[in-house]
Design a binder for this molecule. Sequence first.
Ligand code: SAH
Ligand code: SF4
Ligand code: F3S
Length: 435
Amino acid sequence: MTDPKKLFIKTYGCQMNVYDSERMAESLGASGYVQTDQIDGADMVMINTCHIREKASEKLFSDLGRLRPAKEANPNLKIAVAGCVAQAEGAEIMRRMPLVDLVVGPQSYHRLPEMEAKIQKGERAIETEFPVEDKFDHLPERKAMRGPAAFLTVQEGCDKFCAFCVVPYTRGSEVSRPPERLLAEARNLASRGVRELTLLGQNVNAYSAGGYGLARLIREMAQLDGIQRLRYMTSHPNDMEDDLIAAHGDCPALMPYLHLPVQSGSDRILKAMNRKHTADDYLRVLDRVRNARPDILLTSDFIVGFPGETDADFQDTLNLVRKVGYGMAYSFKYSARPGTPAAEKLDVDTAVADARLQELQALLTSQQRAAQDAMVGQVVDVLYEKAGRLDGQMVGKSQHLHAVHVTDAAGQVGQLVRVRITESKSNSLAGVPLG
Ligand code: SAH
Ligand code: SF4
Ligand code: F3S
């Protein structure tokens, strides 16, 4: 037996990339690789990239620059680029960066073992097609699990074509995985100790396959032995169907947490973004979700400084945020992406966009703080994910995804425990188990 080769993966971007990194590591397991968290001494360094904003893309090139000395010192070191930048700019990466051995897009990584064999022969390998075969049919079964909470990709791609977004180009059109495969993967994960599943998709609530929508998939997964919690992301407001909203009320395993991005509170900007809904449409959906599940924690994404955004448009966004009261939210400064329709338009002045971003973030932070502080005195369910740094302490997430430090000497990873919250700290809550 030869020693296993060591694979170091750096992951950028969304949870889909986190999931893909795990599956790519498993796929390269067949070629004799084990994953390491030490970049020094690795036989292959893989960068799983994100193309969503300019800054995200640039990270690839600075990472590659930093790898150059290591590659010069050890010509056997293999360098691989995966993910959405690989998909969008694969040929360009190969041309500009001779140190890169392998480029693989998000739909082609089941071909990694053949590609790896090729680069071992000193050739270079690139796969950025959208192949006809389904990668999930060609990947090894899930093995090592990292903890009681896992991601499961159920849908990929996007047909929405928001005017600012690269995802429809990097991930292709919407495809839903067959429900029986997903139920089998969920069962397998549960048998390996997974208690919480996050169903992933770029447009996860557009899931549709084999007569199943997302609500039916959730209801059936909730019946599987061991699965105690389910959530899903990311959703589009136009795909919040009645049965999914109903599931928030009548499926106890479905966590009271919903990430429903709105991007802007201005109808004019929403139209220019090609979101195909108004601010009121969005608020009506949230009302219905809150009626079904009053304690639901809502989160969103926002873009400020979209081309043409005026002060009045921005005020509409602030007003929407005040109306909703988010538990958490992400906000970004608009970044023009090559090939998207909005990239043709004139940008808002950078200083103006920066100031808007700061103002929005201050408002969102205060809402997040208030939502977290409001938990003090309440009883929540915490899924223990690991032991805390202090003796006799466990760390996990509440049903609202607040991080909670629990004083519990008898606690075990994977337990779901009722906890009374005693304190709200800067980024987490503290509590004690209920008797
Ligand atoms: N599928 C999801 C998420 C897509 S990317 C959805 O539909 O919401 C995650 C977030 O990145 C988006 O919600 C958006 O807020 C942000 N984003 C996408 N493209 C962007 C761009 N060009 N500039 C700035 N932010 C962007
Ligand atoms: Fe991008 Fe819009 Fe699709 Fe989300 S719905 S992935 S923001 S195009
Ligand atoms: Fe980024 Fe691709 Fe996800 S562009 S956000 S890694 S789908």
